[in-house]
Design a protein around this ligand. Sequence first.
Ligand code: MN
Length: 231
Amino acid sequence: MNTPLVDSHCHLDLYADYERVFAAARNSAAEFLAVTTTPLAWEQNRQLAAGSANIQVGLGLHPQLVGQPVADVAAFARAIEASRFVGEVGLDAGPRHYKTFNEQRTVFAEILRLCARFPGKVLSIHCVRAFKEIFALLDEHWSPPCGTLIFHWFSGTCADARRATERGCFFSINPLMANKDSAHRLLVEIPLDRLLTETDGPFTENVSQAPRQPGDVQSALELIASAKDLS
Ligand code: MN
């Protein structure tokens, strides 16, 4: 039996032709974690993915949306028990989102507390320029570990990666990470059994500069294989 390809972080609902994208995912041999950016989108994605064993939908509240009405923490809290998968959640201290950073921290702390009430959750985490703060929140609200944490599109240092590895975290890798000099060093640093593949589609492009399609993780696999000296 062939092992299926796994797209651990994609936004099936954010493609312009999302109905076709959902249908293609349903009929594909790959496995998908369809992350969402708001609790309302989670509900809609669940309907679109209904009956598809190869599509899991993550309950999301994207840090870049914190402060907007769609970033509805009460709706997230109501839905959390019903969703084993959670994401996209996290912290973004990049220049465009720094103004809401304090609020993001409050929201992400609440998300961790809610997830910790139902052990076994799998979280897909966005973290930009905020590793110190995210580790502090994990110390406070995720100790002892009560689920699986996946850093998506990891942009931290090798020291951050070591810290995350020691905490048992996973990392989902997409081919755009290859554009950074540090990506190879990170991939050497992180143990092979902690590496997952993702597209983050439609936010990454393929070689023809079109949005990468969900499940198109071949080049992420090649990136990992080259760092680990594997075929
Ligand atoms: Mn994403």
